[in-house]
Design a protein around this ligand. Structure first.
Ligand code: 13P
Length: 254
């Protein structure tokens, strides 16, 4: 089990940067990651920067992700963005069910499941985010929460290996307090075994599982060395092109 899966690093810029900042970032970042070949690099800028980033990464191995989508294909849904629109902009990935969307925008497992289906139908690989809150962790409910979120999100889906799951404990996001790598590995293994149970072992062996939550160059290696962790979904530290490039290089060589 393990290294036959290609390592994956995703920068979730969240609601940061305007065009000039993105261009400045990309100038540095694309230069720093030249020659990277084993690690897949994905940038998830806000919707407003997808086109700008797409243009700048053309001809490189860097891929594009959106941070969210709506599940309908088109219609009277003011303010929403469909999978088809994202595909048109060259998105290979889309983040679905991030804890900030669950918490601040009331996203349920049922809604997340519809979004996953829409992404898969448009041949965009979803990055499904799951993770427990501090309260749930303290109550010893981590695995129960992960199971509910994953069963709810994947219900009724025909799955291939075209799925990434990001284990992002809510208490570790943006707090500077990361999970211990062994603890994250235990959750990643739990998730993989659950996917094997819900689908099959082959799919479970192929999908990539990321860790997210206060990842930075100083702690990243500990995660990426775990057998069931295939990379990271990085928030804050991905806003610094030097720091993000450093993590890509760690993924590439460790
Ligand atoms: P931080 O890396 O800022 O903790 O954010 C993690 C995250 O939410 C990535 O999606």
């Amino acid at each position: 089990m393990g290294r036959e899966r290609r390592r994956l690093l995703v920068a979730n810029w969240k609601m940061h940067f305007v065009r000039a900042q993105a261009l400045e970032y990309l100038k540095v970042f694309t230069e720093r990651v030249q020659g990277i070949s084993n690690t897949e690099i994905v940038l998830a800028p806000p919707f407003t920067l997808l086109e700008t980033v797409r243009r700048e990464i053309q001809g490189t191995a860097i891929k594009l992700a959106a941070q969210d989508l709506f599940y309908e294909r088109k219609g009277a849904f003011t303010g929403e963005i469909s999978a088809i629109m994202l595909k048109d902009l060259g998105c290979a990935y889309v983040i679905v069910g991030h804890s900030e969307r669950r918490r601040l925008f009331g996203e349920t497992d049922e809604l997340i499941s519809k979004k996953l289906r829409a992404a898969l139908d448009a041949e965009i690989t979803p990055i499904l985010c799951v993770g427990e809150t501090l309260e749930e962790r303290r109550a010893g409910r981590t695995q129960r929460v992960l199971e509910t979120q994953i069963r709810g999100a994947l219900a009724g889906l025909a799955l291939s290996e075209n799925l990434v799951i990001a284990y992002e404990p809510v208490w570790a996001i943006g707090t500077g307090v990361n999970a211990e790598p062994e603890e994250a590995e235990a959750s990643a293994l739990f998730i993989r075994e659950l996917v094997a149970q819900l689908f099959d072992t082959e799919i479970a062996q192929k999908i990539r599982i990321l860790y997210g939550g206060s990842v930075k160059p100083a702690n990243f290696e500990g995660f990426v060395r775990q057998p069931n962790i295939d990379g990271a979904l990085v928030g804050g530290a991905s806003l610094d092109p030097e720091a993000f490039a450093q993590m890509v290089k760690i993924a590439e060589c460790c």
